[in-house]
Structures are given as C-alpha cells and as structure tokens.
Design a binder for this molecule. Sequence first.
Ligand code: NFS
Ligand code: SF4
Length: 637
Amino acid sequence: MDPAGPQHEATDQMIAKAGAEGVPTCFSRLAAHGPPCAFGTSGLCCRVCNLGPCRITRQRPRGVCGADADTIVARNLLRQVAAGSAAHCDHARHMVELLRDLAAGRAEGYRIEDPAALRRAGRLYGLETERKPDLALAGELADVWLAEFTAQDRPMRSLALAPPARRERWRAAGLSAAGIDRTIVEALHRTVMGVDHDYRHLLAHTLRTALADGYGGSAIATMAGDILFGTPRPVESVANLGVLHADRVNVVVHGHNPAVSEKIAQAAGSPEIAALARAAGAAGVNLVGICCTGHEVLHRHGIALAGGVLQQELAIVTGAVEMMITDVQCCMPGLAQAAAGYHTELVTTSDIARTEGFTPEPFDGRDDDGHARRLLARAVSHFRRREAARVAIPSQRAPVLAGFSVQAIRGLLGGSLRPLVERLADGRIRGVAAIIGCSNPKVASDRYAAELVRGLISRDVLVANTGCAAAASAREGLLSPALAVPQAGPGLRQLHEQYALPPVLHLGSCVNNARFLELGAALAAELDGRADLGDLPLVATAPEWISEKVPAIGCYLVASGVDVILGQDLQTTGSPNVEAFLSRHARELLGAGVHVCLDPAGALGRAMELLDSRRARRAARVSPTAGRPTSSALRAP
Ligand code: NFS
Ligand code: SF4
C-alpha cells in the first residue's frame, strides 16, 4: 500500500461526488462563505454587551465601554478556552457519573473493565487501594473526582499529576486552578462587560482554566475511560473511507463519549445482529468510527476508523451508510443536509445534543445494551432502502497500529521508560513531539500534518499523535510500522527493532492528550525526581485547528512547559500585546510559549530548534528556562 498521496484521493473523490449530486458539505459551504471576517479572525469583534457589538479599528481603538484591543482579544480568548475546557470537563463529568452509578449498582450493563487502572488511579489520589472490593474503590474515586468539579477554595488535587517542580511554578505564578466548575464559571464572570480588563490578568485565568482542563477534565476522562472500558494496548486495524463495505450494513459511531460507542461496539458483535443483517440480504454489520469516538473504539476493539472531522459528511456521501450514531462535540449540524440526500438515519444519543434531522435516542445508563441492539436492528432495516446505483466507496484504506497508552508504551519498553529516557539523553532520539488537533478545510488538509510527521520521524523525533491529526497520519500510512519505520531515522529504527515501539504512537482521542502529559511526567520522574516537563525535549504541534478545544489544549501544554506550534493563527492577531504574552512572557514564566508556523517546513525547523535547544540546556545542566517568575503579571489576586 502506497503511504503517500493517493490516500487523499478518498476524500477528494467524495467531495467531487457530493458536488456532482448537489449534496452540500463543509467544503462547499466554506467555498460559498469566502474569506472570513477580519474582525473575527483577529479577535477584535466584541459582542459581550449590547452597548455594542463593537469592532475595533485604528480610527476607533476602543469599544463603547472603553475596552481596548488587548482587553477584547484576551477576553475572547479566555471565553474560547473556557468553552473548550468545558467540553472536555463535562465529558469527564459524564464518565465520573457513570463510574459513581456503577459503584452504586445503578449502571446496568457496565462493569469495571480494568481493575488495575482503577487501583492505579486510586493510588494517584492517595486512596487505600488494596483491601477493598473494586466497586467500593470506584465509588470513593468517583467522589474524589466529583469533588474536583466542586472544589471552591482549594486547588484541584489532580494538579498533583504534574511533576512537583511544575506545581511549584504554578503556585509561584498563582495558576493553581481551583475546582473545574468554579474556574470555568469565573472565566465567564470575568469576561462579562465591566469586570476584568487587564489583558495579563485575563490571560493568567486563561492558563488557569486550561489547567483545569488538562489535569482535571481531560486527565479524569482518560483515567475513567480506562477503568470502565480498558486501558488501550497495541491493536491492528485499518483507516480511511475504504473501511466501509458495499455488501454490509454500515454503521458509523461519531462524537466523543466512549460509553455509547462501547455499547454499540458490543452489540455490533452479537450473533443476533449478524443474523438480522443476513436476513436483510447483507453480509453482516460493519461498525466503523469517525472522530474521537472512533479513536476510542479503535483503541479498545480495533474497530476501523473511517476518518476525522472532515470525513463525517463524506462517509454519508458514499451512499453506503445506514446509520450514523452521534453523541457530543464535532458532530456538524450539516450532517442533516448530507443525510437528507441519502437513506442514512442520523441518531443523537446525548441528552444535551439535539439537531434537527437527527433522531433523539438518549442513552441514560438504563438498559443501554438493549438500546444499542434496537438501534442496530433499525440500521439493518434501512439496508433495503440503499440505492445501489449511488453507492461509491473509495478503495483507499491504510493499515494502522493503535492503542498506545503510557502503560502500553512502558510494557513494550520492558516495564520501564528508561530505554526511552536514555535515548533522549544521549540524542539517539531527539525528542517527543505531540501532533494533535483537528483537520481544517481552510488549509491544504492533512498535508501539513503528514509532511511534519514524516520530517520529524526522519530526524529521530518520536511522534505522539491524537485526534484528527492521528486520523491524518493513519490515512498516510504513518500509523503502520511497516510503512513508517523505513521513513524513520536510525534512532527510531533501532528503537523499533529492539522494542517494537513504532515511530508514530497513536495515543488516542483528543481528551487523551492527557496521556501526553502523563508520558511527560513519567519521563521526568524517570530522569530524576526533580525534573519537569520543561526540562525534557518535548514539543507539541496543532497543524490545523477548528474547535475551541484546541486553544484550551495549547494553553495547558504551554502551562505545563511544552512549547506549542500552531499551523494557523489563534484569533488573537488584533493584539500584539496578547501575542507577546503568549509567546515571550509565557516563556519567561512557564518555560514554554506559543509559536505560529503557517507552513510545515517552518514548523519542522522550529520544532527541531526547540527540541535541540532543550536537550543542549539539559546536557549543560543549565536551568531550562529563564528561571523564577520575573513578573507578577500572572499572579492571582
Ligand atoms: Ni479534537 Fe478537533 Fe474533534 Fe477530536 Fe477531531 S475535530 S479538537 S480531534 S474530532 S475533538
Ligand atoms: Fe462594546 Fe465594551 Fe460591550 Fe464589548 S463590552 S460590546 S467593547 S461596549
């Protein structure tokens, strides 16, 4: 299988098919929209009150209330980060509630899939883990986690997932986030008209809010998912639109909540559903994933990945999808227009997500197994309505090896991260780069991510992939060791030869970026007890961003000491002060900053520079950053 260009053809073919059949997609709507509003892209549009909305220009440098560009841009960024963090954190809340209900005997059909993950998490929070039954421990842990949402005047306990040196920095800078709910509510309060106007003070709360996401929402969602559904282990599968089957009932799970997709996955494997499909004239039921929920079932069941956020409508355009089962986040409302052109039924399983054209089928923890079976039976009944003449499934599918939890990585390396730490120290491996975030049709989709990943592995940088960026790598064959290893440098090839650790590690969904924080903390601990993420050759890149979740992730990575390279500007270009804060001041204070590199060659150069200088600083045993905080700008009141 050729890992290069042709994999894009699947997407291109379906865009062309949609065009020929008059089916609108985000690609056609983007073209119709033309260039976006410059006030919006620069962050200079304020609509937080009805004195405005106000748009800042050189002639009108202040809004009606007197707010300047710095205030408005910082306020908009904080609102974005609060919304992105809220998405991850509310997802986490649903997982913790499920764990609590399970412990109380109220979540029929669910169980503790991974008791070792439960005990691991219990120990992290100082719970007594050895002398009690799983469900009792699960109940205690769920209570500890729920208290992370409601904590008022103490920092989140989950911040202790970071190395002690990093926590000390947060304390000194006043960035230790209180409870998740309080932190996010405060973000909205501060950004109401007439409250917080100092851009530095607003940006400090932006970082604080992001930390509530990274160490709160995202980490808790990841740990709870592992407990309930299993910690991922390496698993083989395939990816790209070619995973749909012409002769089977195709069902797509799409969204982010692993609980729903898990139940669908279990039901799809049942003989009862297979028999129904055969009776309907199909060869069986083919379950595939889109977006982060797709990564969840890929990692735990090896279920094929049809694509990321940009393939959601295109999967329907194949004409071969009987049902798409969505939950929360990244499920475009435009799916309804795409599905209207075919026989596809759209289902929403979340009580908080309703879209016209989607059938509401909320999963509520009571008889979710039965619910999943009934949905699949209905999907089977749609098979007869498929118009054979309009079915065109692209042939492209690439082999994938997924399932790289930190535990799986450690397992492959012989039980300890030492082999990786040693190679990072002597330069055989030049660093670890997280390549994360969405795919965006505004840029030459996926090419940035693919070129960057190839460049990094050829220079012996281990790549950790999540979310849609991982789906992009999957399409390029970069998640197949057989295809990726020959493109890697000698250090990574040797690592693969000795330990079977491939050059590109698929860490999971977008909330699983917490696995990158976990990996960083574990590498730091392995290096020496006082080390910090800022001391390690780590970097992160979000080549293409769409969702507000990406600015949130970027901010918690920077706050953790990991430099972040964005392939597209944040909506902050209207304030040079805000941009200087995020790039330079953050570096003084936290040892890392935000960089923007619009082309992949630039991003590759910057990533190598950052990684090499981190390794050189470490080797010279010089402080990895500009040292103690030099300014009180980030200090909490
Ligand atoms: Ni994360 Fe991007 Fe969405 Fe997942 Fe994909 S669009 S912000 S990667 S699916 S969340
Ligand atoms: Fe305009 Fe100020 Fe109201 Fe924003 S808060 S809309 S800048 S008056």
